[in-house]
Design a protein around this ligand. Sequence first.
Ligand SMILES: *[C@@H]1O[C@H](CO)[C@@H](O)[C@H](O)[C@H]1NC(C)=O
Ligand SMILES: *[C@@H]1O[C@H](CO)[C@@H](O)[C@H](O)[C@H]1NC(C)=O
Length: 453
Amino acid sequence: MIGASISVKPLIIAVFAISSFLALLYLSPSTKPIPLNSSVLSVSHRLKIRDLSFSSEKLSIWSVKRVMEWRPCKWWLQGHVSVLPAENNGYIRVDCYGGLNQMKRDFCDGVGIARLLNATLVLPKFEAAAYWNESSGFADVFDVDYFIQQMNGFVKVVKDFPGEIASKEPFRVDCSKRKGQFDYVESVLPQLLEHRYISITPAMSQRRDRYPQYAKAAFCQACYRALRLTRSLEKKASELLEAIPKPFLALHLRFEPDMVAYSQCEYLGLPPASMEAIDAARGDRKKWTGELAQLWRKRGKCPLTPSETALTFQALSIPTNTNIYLAAGDGLMEIDGLKSIYRNVFTKSALLSGEDFTNMHGNTKAALDYYVSINSDSYIATYFGNMDKMVSAMRAYKGLHKTLFLNRKAFAELTFQGLKGEELLQALWIAHKDDYVMGRGYALPDCFCEFKL
Ligand SMILES: *[C@@H]1O[C@H](CO)[C@@H](O)[C@H](O)[C@H]1NC(C)=O
Ligand SMILES: *[C@@H]1O[C@H](CO)[C@@H](O)[C@H](O)[C@H]1NC(C)=O
């Protein structure tokens, strides 16, 4: 099959090109990088791609053989690793803010901290972001009794406050802004012992590697095994999952005005309506312009547009008739850039009835997207946000490894180099294939161990 598509002459040219490329490599000082767009390299790329029968049979990215994948580590899967102390040091409530997946991330961290400090966990406060104009508590999204039962032996959880603290508001310890090597035993334990009941929002950069294993196990158990949607939400989510034609790819595409404004990226050539929406969402976050905008983009800071996403999908040989579930909020811009090429795109608003939606808010809608994304055949994210981290880790936990984050940095670099058309597609293929083969970036390492295939 492959041989048939390669006539003899190009093969000779390619072999010659490869040998001269190798000679070039050999002769050039090792510190000097060879420009990626040199013609020699692109010919050799082409041959490599032919080897993968890219241009003849068009195997998709998912059929490339990986050498490494992340799997949940045995030490926490096998259960609790130490007996809980009989006496606790007090009670901790985790206060969570932002979107659903950010709240969940902070909550998981908080469970680990509670165990680290030998504290009893009180059900968390979930405070949804102001832009959702709502409040949705932990119990509205997650099955509380299931959580408590699953955490048995890992950390003590109470639903109702014991008498001594029932009437008190917790003493607030804000760790969220602390940076560096922040030690909870050193900085938070004294306040816990003093006040007996504290609330914390975990720090962004904590050093879980220094936790004792029983605290890490509590974190992993909470994050990957103990959180299940409420019965009614799970029912709705599985109805949605049923309604999506199979097999399907879940795509988390971030191109909403607030996201683009937040990224501070410059997008030249968007239609006026989208530009206005972005400017309206900008607030006091200035966008980069000129050369700085280019540098910013090359660092991979800019969300891919729907049409850039479609182009990358084509580079990955994802067939244009693939069923795609759009796991995204309302207000995606320029979505026709994707839909004009990938025609089988489904959204929850099209699959669920309007009645279902009027009773839902941001948190519960986000929970639906999460549920579908951890149950899809494949998952692709155009960004690397909280949802993507949560979903990819959960997929790894479930043994679903067709997960990929699109490489915004490679996209920017290659297009700045002036690559176009087939050449661009091939270079994008190489960049993503390497990421996929190495299982790069797609699981949170804390609870996951590398598994060589
Ligand atoms: C928690 O309890 C364990 C024994 O179960 C003990 O080794 C550890 O020092 C305690 N940690 C704190 C912060 O009290
Ligand atoms: C928030 O919700 C209230 C009542 O549900 C509504 O009156 C108000 O307009 C909403 N605000 C925004 C910014 O959507």
